[in-house]
Ligand binder design. Structure first.
Ligand code: DQA
Length: 142
């Protein structure tokens, strides 16, 4: 099974971006950990990052067309603003698991609302890079 792992804005800067909040792993490090874990579980991950909202939507449509088993989505700041991402999740039958490195509920008020979380199958947040690995395990048990 193929799992899409889609990452939104500013996550290309992981490693140097507010490491006290997001940790010191780069997105490449996280992708490597996901690939290793996927291999152990007999699965495959397709890890991508973009700073553009529409790319995330196109990739969700692609995941559906390609018959992906699940999508792990860290839509970063767009999580808190994007009706279009919410609608895209509703528009496909592939289950979407929302992922965050930090715990948005323990931060500023404006992070408490997630349009993505309101449409997602579930959310894993607050465990740093481990959030992605836990979400991968969950995706493969759906
Ligand atoms: C984030 C949390 C979001 O609130 C923030 O805008 C991000 C990263 C996380 O992974 O912790 O860019 O999605």
């Amino acid at each position: 099974p193929v799992i899409y792992v889609l990452n939104g804005p500013n996550l290309n800067l992981l490693g140097t971006r507010e490491p006290e909040i997001y940790g010191s792993d780069t997105l490449d490090d996280i992708a490597g950990q996901l690939e290793d874990r996927a291999q152990e579980l007999g699965a495959e991950v397709e890890v991508r990052q973009t700073n553009h909202e529409g790319h995330l939507i196109d990739w969700m449509h692609e995941a559906q067309a390609e018959g992906a088993k699940a999508i792990l989505l860290n839509s970063a700041g767009f999580s808190h603003t994007s009706v279009a991402l919410h609608d895209a999740i509703k528009a496909i039958s592939v289950p979407v698991i929302e992922v965050h490195l930090s715990n948005p509920h323990a931060r500023e008020d404006f992070r408490r609302k997630s349009y993505v979380g309101e449409a997602a199958k579930g959310t894993v947040a607050g465990f740093g890079a481990l959030s992605y690995l836990l979400a991968l395990d969950a995706a493969l048990r759906l």
